[in-house]
Write a protein of this length. Structure first.
Length: 281
């Protein structure tokens, strides 16, 4: 397990000050390799002792050893592609690696899911007057997929991937609506700020994000997804698959909770679509 994996896997066990150090490192990986301990402490808005505690927490001998191991973490995989893929890999080899990695990481997510929180989320969704999905960057495609899934459930469903549109919706929030924010790191400030505005209007906020992240702490209910994937360096791959799979889990729970009459209506929708587009469905 490299240093980046240790940071992500142990994040929930860090103290508040140590989390600030971890977030600063993850947001500025290339910069963190070259900073002195005082500069890193300043960047994290912390003092030097929490930096040293953070280094010991992830089994390094001190700050210099931590920086060395962090730099070595960049040697794994091809930067900005996939941490398991090497430049010399054949098509057959990198295809196998990508699929095996996706399967393994989905299993990690499944094993770490809190089904109690999933059950609570399904309850909130079935009671909602309207559902809105928020996402940015790589999660934008996930929000569109979520809207397409829930759009068939004869409940008003929206999705927003534009910060200004998200902000306007949060300002005009009405009681009984549910906002689902999807963000793998939970640190992107724009979406965190939108969630704060929605919360100020007594919004019901469900987040799909990293445990104990800034976004998760704002939520009415947070579903933590543990994906050992470093989007600061590599293209987001497994995290999107995990998010979409969780949307399927929520949609399935929604359908089951609504009962047979609801499923009969879904069948009517499918039958109508089949009549209109018989060759495509």
């Amino acid at each position: 397990m490299n240093t980046l994996e240790q940071i992500n896997n142990n994040f929930e066990y860090f103290s508040k000050s140590e989390k600030k150090v971890a977030n600063s490192i993850l947001e500025s990986l290339q910069k963190a390799i070259h900073l002195c301990i005082a500069s890193l402490a300043k960047l994290a808005n912390a003092s030097e002792p929490p930096v040293n505690c953070f280094c010991r927490r992830i089994d390094t001998k001190g700050f210099p050893d931590f920086q060395l191991r962090l730099a070595q973490s960049f040697g794994n995989g091809t930067s900005y592609v996939n941490r398991l893929v090497d430049q010399a890999d054949t098509v057959s080899c990198h295809t196998q690696k990508v699929f095996d990695s996706a399967i393994a990481q989905l299993c990690i997510v499944k094993d770490n899911l809190n089904t109690t929180n999933i059950n609570r989320a399904i309850h909130l969704l079935t009671q909602a007057n309207k559902i809105a999905f928020f996402g940015l960057a790589a999660s934008a495609a996930v929000t569109h997929g979520a809207m397409s899934k829930f759009f068939r459930f004869y409940i008003p469903v929206l999705y927003f991937v534009d910060v200004m549109m998200q902000h306007i919706y949060c300002i005009n929030y009405r009681y009984g609506n549910v906002v689902i924010c999807i963000l793998p790191t939970g640190r992107t400030q724009n979406l965190v700020e939108q969630a704060k505005v929605a919360k100020a209007n007594d919004a019901i906020i469900i987040t799909i994000t990293t445990a104990n992240s800034s976004l998760a702490q704002i939520a009415s209910l947070s579903i933590a997804i543990t994906v050992p994937e470093y989007t600061n360096i590599y293209m987001p791959m497994a995290s999107r698959l995990a998010q979409l799979t969780l949307i399927d889990v929520l949609a399935t729970g929604f359908i089951l909770r609504r009962g047979q009459n609801f499923r009969d209506n879904l069948k009517r929708v499918k039958d109508i679509l089949h009549d209109v587009y018989p060759d495509k469905l």
